[in-house]
Design a protein around this ligand. Sequence first.
Ligand code: GTP
Ligand code: MG
Ligand code: ZN
Length: 296
Amino acid sequence: MSEAFMRGTLIQGIGGFYTARTAEGREYILRCKKKFRREGISPLTGDEVLFTPGEGERHGWIEEILPRKTVSVRPPVANVNLLVIVLAPEPEADLLLTDRLASRAYAQGMGVILAVNKTDLDDGLPERIAEEYRPAGIRVFPVCTRNRAGLQELREAMQGSLCCLAGQSGAGKSTLLSILMGMDLETGELSRKIARGKNTTRMSILLEKDGLRVMDTAGFNLLEAEKALPPEELRFRYPEFLPYEGKCRFRECLHDREPGCAVQEAAEHGVIHMNRLQRYRSLLSETRENWRERYD
Ligand SMILES: Nc1nc2c(ncn2[C@@H]2O[C@H](COP(=O)(O)OP(=O)(O)OP(=O)(O)O)[C@@H](O)[C@H]2O)c(=O)[nH]1
Ligand SMILES: [Mg+2]
Ligand SMILES: [Zn+2]
């Protein structure tokens, strides 16, 4: 029967009604069949679905949710495969938050790039940040939404991925999003207010324009949702540490301050950036604490 189904991507959902967009750009309003609820599955923005369209004014039905490449619980989105972390000189760039976001993104199977905005205020910051992240293979894009600089390079890096912007409040995510997607920010804010006013559950919105696909969601900074992580797993979320795995004196080395640590040595030689390693150690002690308290 499945040949009769249509295929689309869920671009939003409000109050149990979902919008699917087909590859040709046509949109359909759908509801979710009860079988999904019985199975404990709810459709997420970004989901690839098979559906039967409704006739005339009637909504159609989601028949099948295709296997997800990535899933994020908070915000609840599917298939995001590139996290764009937005930083700026003002408010001061929080690299600990950046590492938190990046490590979680890796754990979820996403790629990571950094957009360092507001180069009109400090045009040296992108390179200083790039030095720290180059060993991890995390690319840094200097941008200035005020002067419209660097946007084309960032666009190209985002092409072909389902992206999500994250980062500190005030870094310029909304400004950047509205410029990249050529959309009216006011409209977005307005529809959000309406959705809230009606007391409906509104999912993230998947925006698409000129081959760019970006989730409009605020929630990506809410990291506390992640369940306690075993401390010995944190290190696998740092790509630049991986080549040294198994090369430390102790087999179970967490690259904390153990003697004979190959990662420490790499950092001393500047192959890994010492600041990244030091922030890793802060996150490690936090991870240990959360792990100890996981049953509280
Ligand atoms: N100087 C300068 N200011 C900018 C630039 N881009 C954005 N801003 C300003 O930075 C402030 C914050 O921008 P937003 O886009 O609202 O930041 P945000 O990341 O969406 O913040 P939250 O929604 O609170 O998370 C605004 O006052 C923007 O005008 C830039 O390139 N240069
Ligand atoms: Mg914003
Ligand atoms: Zn080590």
